[in-house]
Design a binder for this molecule. Structure first.
Ligand SMILES: [Zn+2]
Length: 103
């Protein structure tokens, strides 16, 4: 009985608003992924505006331009608590397990 509601939503402008928000969010996601991979976020924002979710999939599939050098550094960024053996991030002043001070 409410079969015309869908068309009323389209004509009322809510549907257009929803599509615009969806496209901007999709483009924003693509720009964010591109930025993390070392590509131009502006270029990929525009690309995802035009292609939608396909652009996000495309930027997700391309290899990162940023060299993953922090894979070696991450081990040294942790310290192990002598009291409870909890692994903590290097910049954590106190153990998250027992609260004792670093080292
Ligand atoms: Zn501890």
């Amino acid at each position: 009985m409410n079969s015309f509601d869908f068309f009323q939503i389209i004509s009322s402008g809510y549907f257009v608003t929803f599509i615009v928000i969806y496209i901007v969010l999709t483009a924003g996601l693509g720009a964010w992924v591109a930025d993390k991979k070392g590509y131009s976020p502006v270029l990929w924002f525009l690309m995802c505006l035009l292609t939608g979710i396909a652009g996000v999939i495309a930027i997700s599939g391309v290899p990162s331009q940023i060299k993953e050098t922090d894979s070696n550094d991450t081990s040294s960024e942790f310290w192990t608590c002598k009291k409870c053996q909890t692994e903590n991030l290097g910049n954590t002043p106190a153990c998250r397990g027992c609260g004792s001070a670093c080292e």
